[in-house]
Design a protein around this ligand. Structure first.
Ligand code: NAD
Length: 314
């Protein structure tokens, strides 16, 4: 069968598809190009660039499966594809460790001011006296959203001698216990944590879940890490909390608008940034590619994939 890959995919994934006897075409199709080509293919694999909307799905007369090499499928009209009998599959675990490691890296950087030392060196300043840091050992990490990434982060924090506490109203207690996370209410977590790391999706219930009221509750030495989604943190409230010394510092991988352009937060030296690179590692991309290829192969074989996003409700 023919597989169209429009946003690039790891070579290992292409090899898997070819070894299974399929023809793989790599083409960075434009929206118009996709409309023209899609009718010839049985499978389509995308990342986030390609939008698969109703117009393409209407032309996809042979398509059996759409694979997303990653987690989020908001660029695919999955319900509509489902109505047309097209399975949508993804690779939700591909980036888990990369995001957890980035969040942990931000924690270390905040604790020691690595970002400030670098900025100082670039401008000829030797900030030795100003950069009095702290050890992670013996501190408390509060994890908000204890799913795949939150659990992986907990393991890393524990390896560094930290106590791990969590807020996740949907996580069974036994799973939290298995990962050494003590579950509690959000306010309690805010009060007790030296570091707070966010690992929830952006939904109506998580939008601005960290805002003025929550910053008031946090320790004035606490550090906040957001490698989840912009919008979970109220950036204006964060600016005020950081500039008024209500919290110790923050690290952001994600922003309410991306790219954020000139960020007011960048005026402050107790905040550090990365440009939404949580999943941006060769390892995560190889894993996401091979995981989605596996799911696509299952779907092309007429079986039910494990990571079937638009599976009909029983
Ligand atoms: P997951 O689904 O395994 O875990 C999310 C957890 O959040 C679940 O355990 C769920 O019960 C919990 N949750 C839901 N609503 C909540 C609420 N209101 N309060 C507290 N907990 C709540 O997802 P994951 O794979 O761990 O990914 C987490 C998030 O990380 C994703 O949704 C995505 O937004 C983000 N992410 C970011 C990057 C990046 O590049 N920075 C990459 C991948 C994922």
């Amino acid at each position: 069968m023919k597989v169209l890959v429009t946003d690039g995919i790891a070579p290992e994934a292409v090899k898997m598809l070819e070894e299974a006897g399929h023809e793989v075409v790599l083409d960075e199709a434009s929206p118009e190009g996709l409309l023209e080509m899609i009718g010839d293919y049985e499978a389509l694999i995308v990342r986030s660039r390609t939008k698969v909307r109703t117009d393409s799905i209407d032309r996809a007369s042979n398509l059996k499966v759409i694979g997303r090499a990653g987690i989020g499928t908001d660029n695919i009209d999955s319900a509509y594809a489902g109505e047309k009998g097209i399975k949508v599959v993804n690779a939700p675990m591909g980036s888990t460790l990369s995001v957890a490691e980035l969040a942990f890296g931000h924690m270390l950087s905040l604790a020691r001011g690595i970002h400030r030392g670098t900025a100082g060196a670039r401008s000829g300043q030797w900030l030795k006296k100003q950069l009095k840091g702290m050890e992670l050992d013996g501190k408390t990490a509060g994890i908000v959203g204890c799913g795949r990434i939150g659990q992986a982060l907990a393991r890393r924090c524990q390896a560094f001698g930290m106590t791990t506490i969590g807020f996740d109203p949907y996580l069974p207690k036994e799973v939290a216990q298995e990962f050494g996370i003590e579950l509690m209410e959000m306010d309690e977590l805010l009060k007790r944590s030296d570091f707070i790391s966010l690992h929830v999706a952006l939904t109506d219930s998580t939008r601005h879940m960290l805002s003025t009221e929550q910053f008031e509750i946090m320790k004035d030495t606490a550090y906040l890490v957001n490698c989840a989604r912009g919008g979970v943190v109220d950036e204006n409230a964060l600016y005020n909390a950081l500039s008024e010394g209500k919290i110790g510092g923050a690290a952001l991988d994600v922003f309410e608008t991306e790219p954020p352009g000139e960020v007011k937060l960048a005026e402050l030296d107790n905040v550090t940034f990365t440009p939404h690179i949580g999943a941006n590692t060769t390892d995560a991309q190889r894993k996401a590619g091979t995981m989605v290829a596996e799911q696509v192969l299952i779907a092309l074989g007429g079986e039910d994939p494990v990571h079937w996003v638009n599976r009909p409700k029983q």
